[in-house]
Design a protein. Structure first.
Length: 181
């Protein structure tokens, strides 16, 4: 960052008088992101302490043992979790649940990891909370409503990609399997 600032000043793309304004904007943006991350981490801690993952696995199996239905349910849960929590918090919460279910359904753990990250990242850019949307809105100085409206068409291919990765393990395990040989 220091190197970029020096270059910007040297090439006269930025003046030294701009530095306080830029630092203030950076601090505000960072503060917003940190508040969202802190709230997500707190929520993840509460869920873990209350042992909700174990309760959830029992709940899923009480509804169905059908592999397709469980995969679709996990897709929905990953998207919803990503909507309200940062991806790292979502992984902390969902990994114990999903590993148990994956072992029961003979789902490769590499496939599960790729699938979970993809589902959570799609959720992170999905309203109503979508932490990344707030960051983009703040940096681009675009109203949230306009950003959401313009991004809606992109959700269809994202959901299709999630479903493909969910149901075709080879999409996420092909390269690791090739490199492991």
């Amino acid at each position: 960052m220091v190197y970029c600032t020096i270059l910007a000043i040297a090439y006269r793309e930025m003046h030294f008088s701009d530095v306080p304004r830029i630092l203030r904007n950076t601090l505000v943006s960072t503060g917003v992101v940190m508040l969202i991350l802190a709230a997500g981490q707190l929520f993840a801690w509460v869920i873990t302490v209350e042992r909700l993952p174990e309760i959830f696995v029992q709940f899923v199996y009480s509804i169905t043992r059908n592999k397709v239905a469980i995969i679709l349910l996990l897709d929905a849960i990953m998207l919803l979790t990503g909507c309200f929590l940062p991806a790292t918090s979502g992984l902390l919460i969902l990994t114990p649940i999903m590993i148990q279910i994956a072992k029961d359904l003979n789902i490769d753990l590499v496939h599960l990891g790729v699938w979970a990250v993809l589902g959570l990242i799609i959720g992170v850019v999905t309203p109503p909370v979508g932490a990344s949307l707030y960051i983009v809105s703040d940096i681009a100085k675009v109203p949230m409503e306009r950003l959401i409206k313009r991004s809606l068409p992109y959700y269809i291919p994202l959901i299709v990609a999630l479903l493909l990765v969910s149901f075709i393990p080879g999409l996420s395990t092909f390269l690791p399997n090739l490199l492991a040989k």
